[in-house]
Design a protein around this ligand. Structure first.
Ligand code: TTP
Ligand code: MG
Length: 394
């Protein structure tokens, strides 16, 4: 049976919601993110309207640079609760087109409409309907890609933004992929792209001409995967239970700092936040990652994998301390720090023959109860006195 996969991506999502709600912002450059403080602000752009993109502003750009490029823009703070409500509305609409909907971010989802498209005539017509319903019910535009594979659908939705609809037919899949930049393939990051470019491979078509063996010897086991992708082979399914893969929190210092005690204290706070969230969602983690952004914007990550899964803050703190101690600051100041817990497993599973620290569990349960009742600042660990100002979580 032929597969019809749809990828939906809302256009300039946060900024479009703001333009919808404030007609005076429409057709103007709107930048949603940190406060620019007349060019001295810290933090980054979350997103911006297409009008602002013309000035070279984009997501994740430091807000101070965005201000330099487009001082006349309308700067707005992130209203996460509002965007989450709109996101739920969009997902509800998508659920009415197929039971197989996989939300991949706040404004993006895959649908498998292979079994349901006939209700609306054709797969293409189903996509037209999806776009129309989103427009009618939320007042916003979405870009949609329709293809026989997830990867092609995702690429297709990005090609004619905003308000795009691109269909890739099964027998046109290779032709569609051939001229595209090789960097669009899933898993090809900047480094791999550079290696490939050096070999004279700049398009997916160039890659498709190589043999699988050649790519494996060049890129290791990933080579096989890239080869498959370049041949249009992508059997990944739209998975309904989208798993949470990691829990993380990060914060930016008001002022760059090289004060190690201060940094360690904030790291401990972040570990507490992450471990609270793990326990709340009934997860344990094995891998803990430290993220450090230094002045000048170089960002580094260091990870450690523990022998046993945990969601105790003290285990996270111990691991992060070790990573931080071994990280050479080289006298540079730190701008941002983050803690990520990944390699998650369910905390509900009974590890029958494994070590289980019941005393610790009791303490953590008690702390969770107190925090639920009186707020999370009511009780904290000695090494993390002030909770940090958290700027992002995922
Ligand atoms: P995207 O879909 O990547 O971007 P977008 O919807 O703003 O624009 P596009 O038309 O290109 O799809 O991200 C969705 C939302 O997620 C975006 O509106 C804001 C938020 N976001 C961040 O907060 N930080 C980021 O670095 C990115 C990429 C997105
Ligand atoms: Mg989007």
């Amino acid at each position: 049976m032929d597969k019809f996969i749809v990828h939906v991506d809302m256009d300039a999502f946060f900024a479009s919601v703001e333009q919808r709600d404030n007609p005076e912002y429409r057709a103007k450059p709107v930048i949603v993110g940190a406060d620019p403080k007349a060019g001295n602000g810290r933090g980054v752009v979350s997103t911006c309207s297409y009008e602002a993109r013309k000035f070279g502003v984009h997501s994740a750009m430091p807000i101070s640079i965005a201000y330099r490029k487009c001082p006349q823009a309308i700067y707005l703070p992130v209203d996460s609760a509002k965007y989450a409500r709109v996101s739920d509305q969009v997902i509800n609409i998508l659920n009415s087109f197929s039971p197989l909907v996989e939300q991949v971010s706040i404004d993006e989802a895959f649908l498998d409409i292979s079994d349901t498209y006939k209700i609306w005539g054709s797969a293409y017509q189903s996509c037209v309907r999806i776009k129309n319903q989103i427009k009618e019910k939320t007042g916003l535009t979405a870009s949609v890609g329709l293809a026989p594979t997830k990867m092609a659908a995702k690429i297709a939705s990005g090609l004619r933004k905003p308000d795009g609809l691109v269909e890739v037919k099964k027998d046109g899949l290779l032709e569609f992929l051939r001229p595209l930049d090789v960097g669009l393939l899933w898993g090809v990051g900047e480094k791999t792209k550079e290696i490939l470019n050096q070999m004279g491979i700049s398009t997916i078509g160039d890659l498709a001409k190589k043999s699988q063996q050649e790519l494996i010897s060049l890129l290791g086991k990933n080579g096989a995967w890239f080869w498959q992708m370049s041949q249009g082979i992508d059997e990944s399914e739209v998975s309904v239970d989208h798993e949470v893969k990691s829990v993380s929190n990060e914060m930016t210092f008001e002022e760059d700092t090289r004060d190690k005690i201060k940094i360690e204290k904030e790291l401990a706070c972040l570990c507490e936040l992450v471990s609270d969230r793990l326990r709340e969602d009934k997860f344990k983690c094995r891998t803990i990652t430290l993220k450090i952004r230094l002045e000048g914007f170089h960002t580094y990550t260091r990870a450690i994998t523990l022998p046993e899964p945990t969601n105790f803050s003290e285990d996270l703190i111990r691991a992060i301390r070790r990573l931080f101690e071994n990280f050479e600051l080289k006298d540079k100041k730190v701008r941002l720090i983050g803690v990520r817990a990944s390699n998650l497993s369910s905390a509900d599973e009974e590890f029958l023959f494994k070590y289980k620290d019941e005393k610790k569990e009791e303490v953590h349960k008690a702390v969770d109860k107190i925090r639920k009742k009186f707020g999370r600042d009511y009780i904290s660990r000695g090494c993390s006195v002030e909770p940090p100002d958290v700027i992002s979580r995922d």
